[in-house]
Structure formats: C-alpha cells, structure tokens
Write a protein of this length. Sequence first.
Length: 247
Amino acid sequence: MSAYRTTLRRAGTVAALATAGVLAAAGVASAHVTVHPESYAKGATDGVLTFRVPNEEDKSSTTKVQVYLPTDHPVLGVLVTPQNGWTAKVTTSKLKTPVKTDDGTITDAVSEITWTGGRIAAGQYEDFNVAFGQLPEDTDRLTFKTLQTYADGDVVRWIEEAAAGDDEPENPAPVLKLTAKASEDGDGAPAASASTAATATKTASASAASSSSDSTARGLGIAGLVVGVLGLAAGAFAIVRSRSPQS
C-alpha cells in the first residue's frame, strides 16, 4: 500500500507540473500586443481600433507604448481617445503618395502614436483606443509595429511579421486584416432573392405535399365508407337469407 501511494503521489506531482508548464506556456503565448477587432472591411469608415497591451514581465511595469501606423497604406482621420493616467502624442508624416478622397487630397497622415505617463503593472493590461475616419482599400492587411517600454529600461519590439506558411514569430506585430469591401449597389440582392425563391419553393412543396396528403386522406375516407356500406349491405343480405327459410 505504501508503494502504491508513493506511485500515486509521484504521478500527481508530474501531472501538476505538466499542467503548470502548459498554463505558463499559454500565458507567454498570449502576452502579445494585439489589435481588435482582428478584421475590418476595406475602406471602412468611422470605426475604432483597440490596441491591447499586456504586461509580460513580473518585476517591472510598462510605462511607454509606441504604435507605428503604416504610411504606404495610410489610415485617415486618426483621433486618439483620452486615456486615464496616460498622455498621447500624435505624430504625422508627409505621404509619398497623396490620397484622393471626396473631401479633397490628403497629403499628411498619422504615422506614430506614443502613450506615456501611465503604468501597466504585472499581470495587467491596458486598452488604447484609436478612432479612424477611413481605412485604405488597396491592401489586404495593415501592420502596426509597436514598441513596449518598461520601467527598468527594457524595450520589447513587437515588429516581426510572419511570412506565408511560417509559424508565428517570437515578437509578432499587431496585424489588422482587411476583407472584401461590402457591396453598395445591391450585389447582395440576388442572394436574398435566391433565399426567397428557395423559401417559396419549400412552401410550394409543402403545400403540394399537404394537398396530396389531404387528397389521399379523403380517398381513404371514401374507400372506408364504401367498404362500410358494402359490409352493412352484406350483413343485411345475410340476415334476410337466414330468415327466408323460416318464413
């Protein structure tokens, strides 16, 4: 019994250590700077991007966050939401290729946002919200390289981009996927019409099935009545025949 208990204890210890290792690995893997939502439609307007910055160190707080916005595919009309305890500095840059919009030609765009003055303690995270006027239409993704500075001077550079088919890099940059632009001229109507047609077809089929079922039921009912009448006639005939000899 003693050896059996010892074996169980050792197995329990090994399982606990393995579980702790898995959880620790999961914690490290999830401690990346990310952007939310993960995707937007190309050319989307009047939206908000949230940069989530977790503290991945145990003994130091995050004191500075720098997010770099792409200028080859610029995000237009950037506004920063006030953040308690943090001061935001917005830097704009001249665009190599001006962007033409309905309101005119844009030659400058925000290229960097730096937040300082606040603290993100160990085991905590902070969400930094950035509003935009319009996203670009000529790309499938936007990469926001980010620098995270700690109170002890350590700087984590979230700037790596994963190549197609490769595993996620150690310090991946936040990436926003841009999906196909929503139709503005009713391209979705055929799908709705097809759906409506399918529904109508199902309804017609159901009605036909119901009508066929009713006809069958009526036929069976009439047949039953006929059989019943014939049965009564046969019974009456049998009674008459049985009485005739006695008469």
